[in-house]
Design a protein around this ligand. Structure first.
Ligand code: TXA
Ligand code: MG
Length: 333
C-alpha cells in the first residue's frame, strides 16, 4: 500500500478514534506488514495488562513494542549497540524486531518484567500513521488468542477477539503474512530468536559478521519458540511431496478423520477424491502471505486434519514458513 492509499484504507476519523482509545488505556487492533497487532500504550501498565487478559497470554511473555522511527531507539532502549543501529538503518521500517536493553519509558509489564525489550518499526502506512499521531510506543502481540494462528486480515481479528477490542483498523491483508524476525542484541553473540522475512543471510550481510540461530536446545525466550503455537484446530501433518501427501490423506481417512484438507505450493495429482484441496499457495513468499488464512480456512471447512506440503528449505522465508508449520504440526492436541 502506498502512503496515498492510507487515506482510502483508513480514514482520519478511524485513526483519531484509535489514538483516543490508546490514550484512554484501551486496546486497538492495527495492521502491520507481518500480521495484525493488538496494541496498547507501552508506557501504561494497566493498558498493557488488558492485552494479556484479552489474549489469554501468560504475563511473563514479553510483547513487541512498536515505534514510529529508528530515531526513537534511544527513547525506548538503553546501551544500544552499533549493530542494532546498523540493522535498524537497513531493515526499518520492516519485519525485524530488535531485542535490546529496556529504558524506563517502557512499562515493565510490556516486557514480562524483563530488563530487555523487543522493538520494531512496522512497514505499514496505517501502523506508521497511528504511531506518529499517538506519539508514544505501542506494545502489541499478534491480535489472536494465545497459541492460535496469527491474524493477517481485520476479519481474522474480529473473528478471534470480537467485542474484546475497542477499535479494529482495517489496512487490508498483511503483505508478508508471518511474524517478524526477532534478533537478540543484548549479548556479544547476536542471535536470531525467531525466523521471518528478514533472513539470517540478510542480517549477516548487513552486519558483516555471523549471527547465531537459537536452536531447540535453548530454553524458549520467545513465545513463538514454544512448540504448541501457530496451530489451527485441525491436526497438521507435513508431507514432502504429492505422493506423501496422498498417503497422509489416506492414512488420516483410515484412522477416522472426518474431513481432510490439503495445502501445497501447486495443484497435486493423485490425491484421494475425498481430499479437500485448498487453493495452492505458490512460491515461498506467497506461501507465507496466505499461510495463516489457509490454516483458518481448514478450520472453517471443518477439516479435522490438514496435510501440508511446505515450500522448500531455502534459508529464507521458505525456512520461516517451514518453521511455523513444524510447530503447528508438533502441537499435541
Ligand atoms: O510481526 C510481529 O512481530 C508481530 C507484529 C504485530 O509486530 N508481533 C508478534 O508479536 O508476533 P507476538 O507477541 O505474537 O510475538 C512476540 C514475540 C514473542 O515470541 C516474544 O516472546 C518475543 O517476541 N519477544 C518480545 N520481547 C522480547 C524480549 N525482550 N526478549 C525475548 N523475546 C521477546
Ligand atoms: Mg503471536
Amino acid at each position: 500500500m502506498t502512503a496515498e492509499d492510507v487515506a482510502a484504507a483508513v480514514d482520519d476519523a478511524a485513526l483519531d478514534a484509535a489514538v483516543a482509545e490508546l490514550r484512554r488505556g484501551g486496546l486497538v487492533a492495527f495492521p502491520t506488514e507481518t500480521v495484525y497487532g493488538l496494541g496498547a500504550d507501552a508506557s501504561d501498565p494497566a493498558a498493557v495488562a488488558k492485552v494479556f487478559a484479552v489474549k489469554g497470554r501468560p504475563a511473563d511473555h514479553p510483547l513487541i513494542v512498536h515505534i514510529a522511527a529508528a530515531a526513537e531507539l534511544d527513547r525506548w532502549a538503553v546501551d544500544v549497540p552499533d549493530a542494532a543501529r546498523a540493522l535498524a538503518r537497513t531493515f526499518w521500517p520492516g519485519p525485524l524486531t530488535l531485542v535490546l536493553r529496556r529504558s524506563e519509558a517502557v512499562s515493565a509489564a510490556a516486557t514480562g518484567n524483563r530488563a530487555t525489550v523487543g522493538l520494531r518499526v512496522p512497514a505499514h502506512p496505517v501502523a506508521l500513521e497511528l504511531l506518529r499521531r499517538f506519539g508514544g510506543a505501542i506494545a502489541a502481540p499478534s491480535a489472536n488468542r494465545f497459541g492460535r494462528v496469527s491474524p493477517t486480515t481485520a476479519a481474522h481479528v474480529r473473528a478471534d477477539l470480537g467485542a474484546d477490542v475497542g477499535v479494529v483498523l482495517d489496512g487490508g491483508p498483511s503483505d508478508v503474512g508471518i511474524e517478524s524476525t526477532i534478533v537478540d542484541l543484548t549479548d556479544d553473540t547476536i542471535e536470531v530468536l525467531r525466523l521471518g522475512a528478514v533472513t539470517v543471510a540478510d542480517l549477516e550481510a548487513a552486519l558483516g559478521r555471523p549471527v547465531a540461530v537459537a536452536g531447540a536446545d535453548v530454553a524458549p525466550r520467545a513465545s513463538g519458540m514454544l512448540e504448541a503455537h501457530y496451530a489451527p484446530r485441525a491436526r497438521v501433518v507435513l508431507a514432502d511431496d504429492g505422493a506423501e501427501a496422498a498417503a497422509a490423506v489416506r492414512a488420516a481417512l483410515t484412522a477416522g478423520a472426518a474431513r481432510v484438507a490439503v495445502l501445497a505450493p501447486a495443484v497435486l495429482d493423485g490425491l484421494p477424491p475425498a481430499a479437500v484441496e485448498l487453493e495452492p499457495a505458490g512460491g515461498a513468499e506467497h506461501f507465507a502471505a496466505v499461510l495463516y488464512d489457509r490454516l483458518r480456512q481448514a478450520d472453517r471447512l471443518d477439516c479435522t486434519t490438514l496435510v501440508v506440503v511446505p515450500p522448500p528449505e531455502d534459508g529464507g522465508i521458505g525456512s520461516a514458513v517451514r518453521d511455523r508449520l513444524r510447530r503447528a504440526a508438533a502441537d499435541a492436541r
